[in-house]
Design a protein around this ligand. Structure first.
Ligand code: SF4
Ligand code: SF4
Length: 419
């Protein structure tokens, strides 16, 4: 973690608020904190460091003092801003409804624009690629191939068998033709990384929706939700949001469903007042789901469910519906500290790998002694899945376990081996 703050006061006025228009209108976001401190105990970076400047209240104070000219442009302020995971647990804990995530987004953008934060070239390239889905899909072909062969050359790569060339849009059209569901009609956000690397989760999502009589549209012209650019404070978020707004708003659907909570949160900012954005598991919770029957061998399997921060703190959902988890047919329970951050934070585990590892170490330790054989760690965000997989690959968890998206546990084509 970072060293203690040593800034000194002098004038500065960040132009952060110009970066993205605020839905809170003229309200002065930075003055909304009443300094109660309720957010401190839920903040992973404060828990790790014990440093007030590395807490929500501390960051808000630094940003406000800079904005009001009482603190000079201090490199430590940028450092503490970068140290934030962006988990939004502080928003859930805050009695004053401080829109911390919105302030963080604006501040990070202002810091990058002013050159106070330098984004590594590899992350800028990744963000540029992600914003061009066809190119990203092409560039990630070798990764899909390796995953399909079972070769997992990086700690973030969990096992799976993605389609190599067929897109989710094409697959959905094919299954819609074959099964002709007649129920509610939804659109699916396929995502950039999800489609390029972890496409098997999109395919499973299509199968589960259609099996449950949901009509599904997958617009081919949809683009990246902008979450990555948002995390990094890069330009281009507004354009990506506008593109998706134009893509989804005129569709005759009752919702756009997302199988990644981070992407869902980002898309909801684009589609605000246009089309409802629903987490796919939350949407399925409103249906009378087909329940998976498990064989005797699956009796000993134990599923530990972790809740992505952007599901519970970003989208403000209570969790994954019990009816959905019951429909998997497995014995399941919430992972200890299920509502706490795992350290993935979009690209946080790439930007601040040591902090991310420390946060994950605390959260994943239970897996070493967890009951069940085999053990499945299930969540609903592919970036969290990557982070959980890294606990195995980096030696934090020494016993075998698999990482799955909850939608895969509902999938009619889930392998016999896992049933
Ligand atoms: S978003 Fe998470 S890491 Fe950042 S200040 Fe809030 S609780 Fe702490
Ligand atoms: S809980 Fe909210 S009002 Fe209280 S210190 Fe944290 S951000 Fe400020």
């Amino acid at each position: 973690m970072t060293a203690p703050h040593s800034g000194s006061p002098s004038p500065v006025l960040p132009s952060a608020s110009k970066a993205c228009p605020s839905p809170h209108g003229e309200r002065d976001l930075l003055t909304s904190c009443v300094h109660c401190g309720f957010c401190l105990e839920v903040c992973p970076t404060y828990q790790l460091s014990g440093d007030e400047n590395n807490s929500p209240r501390g960051r808000l104070r630094l940003w406000r003092e800079e904005a009001e000219g009482r603190l000079e442009l201090d490199p430590w302020t940028a450092t503490y801003t970068q140290d934030c995971v962006g988990c939004l647990a502080c928003e859930s804990a805050c009695p004053a409804n401080v829109p911390y995530g919105e302030i963080l987004e604006q501040t990070r953008h202002a810091h990058v624009a002013a050159g106070r934060t330098r984004t590594p070239l590899k992350l800028r390239l990744a963000a540029a690629l992600a914003a061009r889905p066809w190119l990203f899909n092409l560039a990630m072909f070798p990764m899909r191939l390796l995953r399909r062969w079972g070769v997992l050359p990086h700690r973030f790569l969990f096992s799976g068998r993605p389609a190599l060339t067929q897109s989710t849009a094409s697959y959905a059209e094919q299954l819609m033709q074959q099964h002709r569901p007649t129920g509610p009609r939804v659109a699916l956000l396929t995502g950039c990384l999800m489609e390029a690397m972890f496409r098997e989760i999109n395919f499973a999502t299509v199968r589960v929706l259609i099996e449950n009589n949901v009509q599904i549209v997958v617009p081919r012209e949809q683009g990246c939700c902008g979450a990555m650019q948002e995390h990094l404070g890069l330009d281009g978020v507004d354009q990506l949001r506008e593109h998706n707004r134009n893509t989804f708003k005129s569709l005759d659907v009752e919702a756009v469903v997302c199988n990644s909570s981070g992407c869902g949160l980002a898309l909801s900012k684009a589609l605000r007042d246009n089309v409802p954005v629903r987490d796919v598991l939350d949407f399925l919770g409103g249906l009378n789901l087909v329940r998976r029957e498990r064989n005797a061998a699956a009796e000993t399997t134990r599923v530990y469910v972790d809740l992505p921060c952007h599901l519970v703190h970003g989208q403000k959902l209570a969790g994954i519906p019990k009816s959905v988890l019951d429909a998997t047919g497995y014995h399941w329970e919430l992972a200890p500290q299920a509502r706490d951050c795992c350290g993935s934070g979009g690209v946080y585990n790439l930007q601040q790998p040591e902090n991310a590892r420390e946060i994950l170490a605390r959260k994943s330790a239970f897996l070493n002694d967890a009951a069940g054989a085999p053990v499945i760690l299930a969540t609903s965000n592919h970036v969290c899945m990557m982070q959980w997989n890294s606990a195995k690959a980096s030696g934090l968890v020494k016993r075998p376990y698999t990482v799955r998206h909850v939608i895969q546990l509902l999938d009619p084509e889930q392998s016999e081996q896992e049933r």
